[in-house]
Design a protein around this ligand. Structure first.
Ligand code: HPA
Ligand code: ZN
Length: 338
């Protein structure tokens, strides 16, 4: 392993943009299909992997929702979550803030309680076994109506104290943040944090809407903000954190080559960018792969890596004690490598 790669591996890290359903590995998909009597349109794991060749966000989403069909029981959601934490423990990931898409399951007749309780139990077990702290974010599917989002928010009521906030994901074009103005205002009244995917495929105007109309606390992706200098300046001044997902951007053709990924431009502009994996089993890499391949493609320095890792902790919703602990561990790792 190169020097920089082992440095990346050694650092404690956070992951702030991860869809738990997007961590469903083909092997696990097959296993769950078998135990739940679900028929998949693939003969084997190799066929699944071969199908993961996307030209845009929608082509991915079609397979992502189809893949979810194997998730049926509370145990499935537990297993999915636990497997993800076990995997990122190997990447020295110490804190995660993960999305789940309840509407992708309740639409298929799965009980909301089974979904969220399976995931929460998985997070608890992961904390006990791997020392990974975590938060859960309920994401609304933006291709569905705001009324549907309201119904989902109501279903979550018994769990408000166990979720960090709400997010907005799925097909971006044609579904601007303003479509969800009321349900985000209601979520804010409930004391929830607000997140939204914006500027992944959508124009800078969608990022403005996420800021001005939804009043979000953190932007997911945000790549296309760079097309608007005034917006860039605003993101810098407001210290708005962006959860950037390089391998996702590559697989979904948001960038044509990792060498053209805007991560370094973001850092140099003073934007608070973080590195994340989004849907690692579909996009070909977990957290460290995202750091390593991007560092290689963009010639990132050790200082750039440290800034990205530190941004991950600063942009997270950590308790003050936990934040201090992780930042001091980070400092020790940096000193040890010098
Ligand atoms: N973008 C939008 N919706 C999503 C994504 C994404 O990258 N992953 C899972 N749902
Ligand atoms: Zn995402």
């Amino acid at each position: 392993m190169s020097n920089l790669n082992s440095f990346i591996q050694s650092l404690p890290k956070a992951e702030l943009h991860l869809h738990i359903e997007g961590s469903l590995e083909p092997e696990q998909m097959f296993e769950m299909a078998q135990r739940n009597g679900v028929t998949l349109p693939y003969a084997d794991v190799a066929e699944i992997r071969a199908a993961y060749d996307f030209n845009n966000l929608q082509e991915f989403l079609d397979l992502y929702y189809a893949g979810m069909s194997v998730l049926q029981t509370k145990q499935d959601f537990f297993d999915l979550t636990y497997a993800y934490l076990k995997r990122v423990h190997a990447d020295n990931c110490r804190h995660v803030e993960i999305f789940f898409d309840p509407q992708g399951h309740t639409e298929r007749g799965i009980a909301f309680a089974d979904v969220i309780e399976g995931i929460l139990d998985g997070l608890d077990q992961g904390e006990a076994d791997f020392g990974i702290s975590s938060h859960l974010i309920l994401s609304f599917l933006r291709h569905l109506s705001e009324e549907d989002a309201f119904a989902t928010l109501a279903e979550a009521e018994p769990y408000y104290d166990r979720i960090l906030g709400v997010g907005l994901d799925s097909s971006e074009m044609g579904h601007p943040p303003s479509k969800f103005a009321r349900v985000f205002a209601k979520s804010r009244e409930l004391g929830l944090k607000l997140f939204a995917h914006a500027g992944e495929e959508g124009p800078p105007e969608y990022v403005y809407e996420a800021l001005d109309i939804l009043d979000i606390d953190r932007i997911d992706h945000g790549n296309r903000s760079l097309e608007d200098d005034v917006l860039v300046q605003r993101l810098v001044e407001e210290e708005m954190y962006l959860t950037v997902c390089p391998l996702s951007n590559l697989k979904l053709c948001v960038v044509d080559d990792l060498k053209n990924h805007p991560l370094k431009v973001m850092l140099d502009a003073g934007i608070k960018a973080t590195v994340n994996s989004d849907d690692p089993s579909y996009f070909g890499g977990y957290l460290n792969d995202n750091y390593i391949r991007t560092a290689d493609a963009l010639n990132l320095s050790k200082d750039d890596i440290v800034t990205l890792v530190r941004n991950g902790f600063e942009g997270a919703y950590l308790s003050p004690e936990r934040k201090e602990l992780l930042l001091s561990e980070l400092s020790k790792n940096i000193s040890a490598s010098n």
